[in-house]
Design a protein around this ligand. Structure first.
Ligand code: ZN
Length: 177
């Protein structure tokens, strides 16, 4: 297994609509294993393939943050098929360092996905798990949690993204020189 570099805003891969996975091969299993390790070390409770530069519909989640191996889920081609209720709580993202804000999400969601062998399954979650599932599925469509903010929260997020953008440009200048 290997740790993968996490892509941060404004990396364009974070804004791509990711492609459906059609081949359930060794490369996919390796990617998922590396993503789980990367998520735990970060540390985070979810990681989507575009966050490690791979525009495919794959995400890994672990609401226990590495405390319970049974809680790890690998979701290939996940699709939310039902949601209900709503909750507002603080959210952050490994690809948007040093920023968090309160986001409205459904209280309960059900999704369908495939496992690494291509076998379909259904997963339901509520509360924190529902929030993670929504956040990760959004990543596969190029959507970041800041896009879900409204009003003053959105303004605050926009200022933070501008700062990240400037930092990105500075880093590029240094890398090129
Ligand atoms: Zn994220």
């Amino acid at each position: 297994m290997a740790l993968l570099p996490i892509r941060t805003y404004p990396d364009p891969v974070l804004r791509q609509r990711c492609a459906r996975i059609e081949s359930f091969d060794e490369a996919l299993r390796r990617l998922a294993a590396d993503m789980i390790e990367t998520m735990h070390v970060a540390p985070g409770v979810g990681l989507a393939a575009p966050q490690v530069g791979v525009p495919l519909r794959l995400t890994v989640v672990d609401p226990t943050g590495g405390k319970d191996a049974q809680a790890i889920r690998v979701l290939v081609n996940p699709q939310i098929v039902a949601s209900s209720g709503n909750q507002v709580d603080s959210e952050g993202c490994l690809s948007l360092p040093d920023f968090s804000d309160k986001v409205e999400r459904p209280e309960r969601v059900t999704l369908v996905a495939s496992d690494l062998e291509g076998r379909p399954f259904e997963l339901s979650g509520e509360g924190f798990l529902a929030r993670i599932l929504c956040h990760e599925v959004d990543h596969l469509d190029g959507v970041l949690f800041v896009d879900r903010l409204r009003g003053l929260r959105r303004e605050r997020a926009r200022r933070h993204l501008k700062r990240l953008l400037r930092k990105g440009e500075t880093a590029e200048c240094v890398a090129e020189s």
